[in-house]
Design a protein around this ligand. Structure first.
Ligand code: ADP
Length: 603
């Protein structure tokens, strides 16, 4: 997640939120609805079952009353008292029920007190429907007619109603009527209207052997319902888990059972759940699309801002974010960024202009100063020479007339003028090296070396110095007279800064380093402590007293300035008392092409 771009993160976040919220909401809503549906369904189940039981009880009462009225007919009593062919016709006529009630009747029979069937109407006997003695015994003692348990006949169900003829004390016989259970699709539909389409109504015997759904016989419920008063829950094969309520029908061995499949109870909740899921999916899609659009509009200016910031980091102040007239925080940020970049760019420009102006000014001042120093030094030489010359003339022409002290004074004037002349000459050559235009060219280092050696020939001779030049000396890029003077200064120092009792030994050698030539001038002199290595290259810096090692302190300053103007570098490796190794580094001739430009610009 951390590496993802903001453009992706936002839609993912919003999508996740939508999924979680709709998921939690849908599950909570489903649970609440399911609970409510179960409560409603079970309440309804109980009510409906009670109502059905009452309805069935009422129709049982009608049947009983009807049969009682048949049993009371005098024709039957007469026939049973004295059976005979003539009276049997009258009795049979009395057994036939009124036409409007005959539809569900399978047959009616008249039984004797000793339980023999005397007369019979209808198909019942043919279908094996005969009264059992238990039913007749019950009829013998009951106040009214009794109904018996259902019996299966093929695909239909029938049940008997039995009434006594006579009084309990003097039983003359029995009337037994077999009725088909009113089983038709229409009847079933009527029941369903009462209980609701998703519920199933069953009627069966309380002892659980015969059950019907009002059209066909069905399997008995998988639990014993005889003593079940409240709700039961069980699995009916082929239907699944169901809630069920059973009620006995008073005055009969029957039970009515109403089943609600859990599936059907939860169907509305499931429907709501699937609708919620659908709505959730739509909201998710819309949310994703909106989040994508928002994150694009959010990140587009950020991306532009990033590019602009990177450009600024690279020093380009011209890349502005540009305003796309957004009024929000990002729009203000972009505007502020542009203003800031413009200001910084302007400030940078002003700074550069100022630095350029200052540099030019400084250069001008420097040049003026150098010109001033040059002309002063130059102009000083004439009076100095006059002083030196006239002092010398004083000594030569009037020496005898001066006493000892006078002569000493004149000699000191001459010596002072000589030192000062040397100082002025050194200053003039430093100034010349600083100011003159140097045209760099490939140089034969050996020839330059030779010229330098000639310049120090007097010193070599005076100190009997030994000088070794290690060949080869590769060609370098430089300015001939400047390089000759640089080398001469280094050689002169190498000979000069050696204790008087020691013979100076000077070695010159060259080495190649990345297209540059490093030229070493090594001596066996007094050496230089490392803390002075930087200082000695500055003007007038000297480490030793003038009585021991005379000098002006300008020689090494000339060396550094000259080498730098030829595009090179200088340095020294030395310890106090351990001799010194001075080096200068210049471009090698092979690599001249790209160095030359640099040297010119440096000069
Ligand atoms: P100068 O030689 O006129 O004194 P330089 O600028 O040539 O002035 O040298 C500055 C100082 O650096 C010298 O006074 C000396 O102390 C020190 N120095 C220069 N070259 C050497 C050397 N080869 N050995 C020891 N010390 C040196």
């Amino acid at each position: 997640m951390r590496g993802l771009s903001i453009k992706l993160k936002l839609p993912l976040l919003i999508g996740g939120l939508v999924v979680v919220v709709t998921g939690v909401y849908a599950v909570a809503a489903y649970r609440a609805m399911a609970r409510a549906a179960v409560t409603v369904a079970t309440g309804r189940l109980t009510t409906v079952t009670d109502q059905l039981a009452q309805v069935l009880h009422a129709s049982r009462n009608q049947l009983v009353a009807h049969l009682d009225s048949i049993a009371r007919q005098p024709a039957l009593v007469t026939y049973l008292a004295r059976p005979g062919a003539s009276r049997s016709r009258v009795a049979l006529a009395a057994l036939v029920p009124p036409p409007d009630r005959s539809s569900g009747v399978a047959g009616v029979a008249l039984w004797s007190a000793d339980r023999r069937r005397l007369l019979s109407q209808g198909e019942a006997p043919r279908r094996g429907l005969t009264a059992d003695s238990a039913l007749l015994r019950a009829a013998a003692t009951a106040d009214t007619a009794v109904v018996g348990a259902f019996r299966t006949v093929g695909d239909s169900l029938a049940y008997p109603v039995a009434a006594r003829v006579g009084t309990p004390g003097r039983i003359q016989g029995y009337v037994v009527e077999w009725r088909w259970l009113a089983g038709s699709a229409r009847a079933r539909e009527q029941w369903n209207q009462l209980v609701g389409a998703s519920a199933h109504v069953y009627i069966g015997n309380a002892d659980g052997d015969v059950w019907t759904d009002l059209t066909h016989p069905v399997a008995a419920p998988p639990v014993d319902l005889t003593h079940a008063t409240g709700l039961v829950r069980y699995d009916r094969p082929g239907v699944g888990p169901s809630y069920a309520a059973a009620r006995p029908i008073d005055g009969s061995p029957w039970l009515v059972l109403v089943e609600y499949p859990v599936q059907a109870v939860l169907a509305p909740a499931r429907l709501v759940l699937s609708r919620l899921m659908l709505i959730g999916a739509i909201v998710l899609l819309l949310g994703l699309a909106a989040a994508w659009a928002v994150s694009r509009t959010l990140t587009r200016p950020l991306v532009r801002l990033t590019h602009a910031a990177e450009a600024v980091a690279a020093g380009d102040y011209t890349q502005l974010v540009g305003s796309d007239s957004r009024g929000d925080e990002l729009g203000r940020l972009a505007t502020a960024f542009d203003v800031m970049v413009t200001r910084v760019g302007e400030a940078q420009q002003r700074l550069e202009d100022r630095v350029r102006a200052r540099t030019a000014e400084l250069q001008e001042r420097n040049e003026e100063l150098e010109a001033f120093a040059y002309s002063i030094s130059h102009d000083l030489r004439a009076p100095l020479r006059a002083m030196g010359g006239f002092s010398q003339a004083l000594l030569e022409d009037y020496g005898e007339r001066l006493d000892q002290t006078g002569r000493q004074y004149a000699e000191r004037v001459v010596a002072g003028a000589t030192v000062m002349d040397q100082l002025i000459r050194d200053l003039l050559s430093y100034s010349r090296i600083t100011r003159s235009e140097l045209r760099l060219a490939p140089l034969d280092l050996r020839r330059v070396m030779q010229s330098a050696t000639e310049q120090v020939a007097d010193d070599v001779a005076a100190r009997h110095a030994r000088m070794v030049v290690n060949e080869p000396l590769p060609a370098v890029v430089g300015h001939e007279t400047t390089l000759a003077q640089v080398l001469a200064n280094l050689l002169a120092n190498a000979i000069k800064f050696v204790p008087p009792e020691r013979t100076p030994e000077v070695r010159v050698r060259a080495e190649l380093r990345d297209g540059r030539v490093r030229l070493w001038v090594e001596d066996n002199g007094i050496g230089i402590a490392p803390e002075h290595h930087e200082r000695i290259f500055r003007v007038f810096e000297r480490l030793n007293p003038a009585e021991d090692y005379p000098g002006t302190g300008i020689g090494l300053a000339i060396v550094r300035k000259g080498v730098e103007r030829m595009g090179g570098r200088v340095g020294v490796e030395s310890q106090r008392g351990g001799g010194s190794k001075f080096w200068i580094e210049l471009s090698q001739v092979e690599a001249v092409d790209d160095r030359e430009r640099h040297s010119h610009s440096a000069g």
